[in-house]
Every structure is written in structure tokens, then in C-alpha cells.
Ligand binder design. Structure first.
Ligand code: AVJ
Length: 352
């Protein structure tokens, strides 16, 4: 048993500014109100990034801005759509193979959940784990963390809960002290890793190697490559919920930045680029138009596109290679019955 005794900082790439502020230290188990909060220092603002993205050629907007309150609600609806197989497939894997997954991760572990939201998947996983010691949950939404922590406290009275509000894309520290555990395992569900280009995914996973440390592990949900028709249906649903989710980015710019996007002049479209193995989501201008933002006009030609999201789909071998370059050794993969989605287990490769 090794003690997770030192603060481990999760560093981002080399373009990193000053590290985040020291985190709050809990002497006693925290209540749901004792959220460690790590302020984001580097994250440039919605305004700056929107102006930069619309000034670029081709134009793009960062997908992290989808998730304001309305966007989070719409994403919740997406997860329940008949065409959006991702969430159901991952839940099926956890329910069917949770026992094996728990055995692979080991007893008395510290689980570090990244962006676990309402905690539905984590709850299933924690129920299957053998005497888990600590659960550190890192999420950007204070409200979600507060709710899931209160729920988990009742469900898992013996588990040490350490909620941290932080943007895991930025550097952050883990709260101390944490109870003795056998090892640290990062849990990163939901195929969020698909938003990273493969090289950026490797960079990000390298930080997770540092975060979970010697003898650490990674349990990660990844969407797999499959028939183009199945994927495109999932991102162009019949009810137009994904379209609303995408268009909400422009509505959010209107609400928060005083932009004047006319929502009637934009449409949503997602295509699967099978050469690159990724979904590309766009907002397409329906006519020649100009939009004002921060006092300046942006001209759009009819048919011009703004790229709003990449969602990479991997092969099992391909993703094992992406993680391998980060220093994770592939252990196992579990898939759903239809082979749509993969839950991968990795261990930090021993440097010998
Ligand atoms: C949350 C990034 C996993 O890529 O499937 C859903 C986001 N975008 N529908 C995904 C999303 C359009 C989702 N991830």
C-alpha cells in the first residue's frame, strides 16, 4: 500500500502560466458545502475566444462554451435521444461488466472523477468497487457537485468525499489530506476525450499520468469507430435537439456578449469525416449576413461554416496507441453488445 501523501499538480502543456492557487485543506470530512474551488487563471474569456474564433479562417468556436445552464440541459436531453447511443452504451458496459472492472482496478482505491456531472455513471462504478477509500470529484459546475456530493454521502457513508470545483483543462491541485488508499485511478467517462485531436489527447493524458502517479490507473470511456450512418444520425437527431444545442452557442453569445446573431439565418449540420475518424459539427450561414459583436461587424457569406466541435471516434488499437504515447499501458477494454463504445482500463507504465 502506498500513501497518496503529496500534492500532485496536474500540469497542462508547456504554454502554462502560473499554477493555480493552493487548494483548501480539509481536516475533517468535508460537508457538501466545503467545496474546494480552484479558480481558473489562464482561461481566456468567452468574449475573447469568440472574437478570436470568428476572426480565424476557417472560423471556429471552442466546444467548451456549449455548457452554460441551457446547454447543459440540452446535453442532458441529447443523452436520452434514441439516436444518441453513447450514454446508453456506456451505462450498459458499467452495469454488465462492473464486477470485472472493479477487479481490474483493485480494492481500497482512490477514484478521481473528471467532469462526472450528475454522477450517474460514477455511482454505478462506486457500487461495484471493493471498499473504495476516497472519491475526489472534479467538475466545473458547483451546483452539480454539491448535489452529487450530498447524494453520495448518504449512499457511501464510509467513503471519503473530496469535491473540487475546477476546470480540469487547467492546472489544478488535489485537496489534502486524503485517506490512505492502495492506488489512484482517474475516471474519465462520457467520451469527452473525443473532443481532443489525437496529439492533444496524448498531451492531456500525460497530465493524468502525473495526477494519478506511480502505480496509478485510468478508466476512460471512448466512442469507437463505426458505420457513418449510425454516427451521423446520433449527431443530427430527428427532433433537432443537437441542432438546438449547437445553436445555443450563438444564443449564448447574444445573451452574454450582446451579439446579434439572427437564429433564423443559421443551421446545424454534423458530418462524419471517416478519413480523420471524427464528427465535425458546424453552424452554417444561410445567407450573406453581418453580425455585430463587441462593436465590430463580422461578415458571413451564404454557406459559410463555423466549426463548433470535433468528436473523435477511435479504434481500440488506435486509442491504446494515443494513451501509450502518454505513458499509459493498455490493460483491458470492455464494450457494449453492439461494439459501439469502449471502456478502457490503463495502468501507468512502469519506467523500470
Ligand atoms: C460530451 C463531447 C462526448 O461528442 O458526443 C453530443 C458532445 N456534441 N452531441 C459528443 C456532443 C453533440 C459529446 N461529448
Amino acid at each position: 500500500m502506498s500513501l497518496n501523501g503529496r500534492a500532485r499538480q496536474c500540469q497542462s502543456g508547456s504554454d502554462l502560466g502560473a499554477p493555480n492557487e493552493p487548494t483548501v485543506v480539509f481536516d475533517s470530512p468535508p460537508t457538501a458545502e466545503d467545496l474546494t474551488s480552484v479558480p481558473s487563471q489562464r482561461g481566456s474569456s468567452f468574449l475573447e475566444e469568440t472574437i478570436a474564433g470568428l476572426s480565424r479562417s476557417p472560423r471556429s468556436l471552442p466546444c467548451k462554451f456549449f455548457y452554460d445552464e441551457r446547454g447543459a440541459q440540452l446535453f442532458q436531453k441529447i443523452c436520452e435521444l434514441p439516436e444518441y447511443y453513447i450514454t446508453r452504451a456506456e451505462l450498459q458496459i458499467l452495469r454488465r461488466h462492473g464486477g470485472e472492472i472493479a477487479a481490474a482496478l483493485g480494492a481500497q482505491i482512490e477514484l478521481i472523477g473528471l467532469g462526472t456531472g450528475a454522477g450517474t455513471k460514477t455511482r454505478i462504478l462506486l457500487k461495484k468497487l471493493r471498499e473504495p477509500a476516497v472519491y475526489v470529484s472534479i467538475d466545473i459546475s458547483k451546483e452539480q457537485l454539491r448535489k452529487s456530493t450530498a447524494r453520495f454521502r448518504k449512499l457511501f457513508p464510509k467513503l471519503q468525499l473530496l469535491p473540487v470545483t475546477a476546470d480540469y483543462l487547467e492546472p489544478f491541485d488535489l485537496p489534502l489530506p486524503r485517506r490512505v488508499s492502495s492506488r489512484s485511478v482517474v475516471y474519465f467517462p462520457g467520451s469527452t476525450i473525443g473532443n481532443f485531436k489525437p496529439n492533444a489527447a496524448t498531451e492531456f493524458l500525460r497530465r493524468l499520468v502525473d495526477l494519478c502517479g506511480h502505480d496509478g490507473g485510468l478508466l476512460i470511456g471512448v466512442d469507437l469507430q463505426k458505420d457513418k450512418g449510425v454516427i451521423e444520425a446520433a449527431y443530427n437527431d430527428r427532433h433537432g435537439v443537437t441542432a438546438q444545442f449547437n445553436l445555443n452557442l450563438l444564443e449564448r453569445a447574444n445573451r452574454e456578449l450582446g451579439a446579434d446573431f439572427d437564429l433564423n439565418n443559421w443551421r446545424h449540420r454534423a458530418i462524419y469525416n471517416s478519413d480523420e475518424g471524427r464528427v465535425e459539427m458546424y453552424l452554417i450561414s444561410e445567407c450573406d449576413q453581418s453580425v455585430y459583436l463587441d462593436g465590430r461587424p463580422f461578415q458571413f457569406a451564404a454557406g459559410e461554416k463555423i466549426l463548433t466541435e470535433y468528436s473523435y471516434k477511435h479504434t481500440p488499437e488506435g486509442f491504446a496507441a494515443v494513451a501509450g504515447r502518454a505513458g499509459f499501458e493498455f490493460k483491458r477494454i470492455w464494450t457494449d453488445d453492439a461494439g459501439l463504445f469502449g471502456v478502457f482500463c490503463f495502468a501507468v507504465a512502469s519506467s523500470m
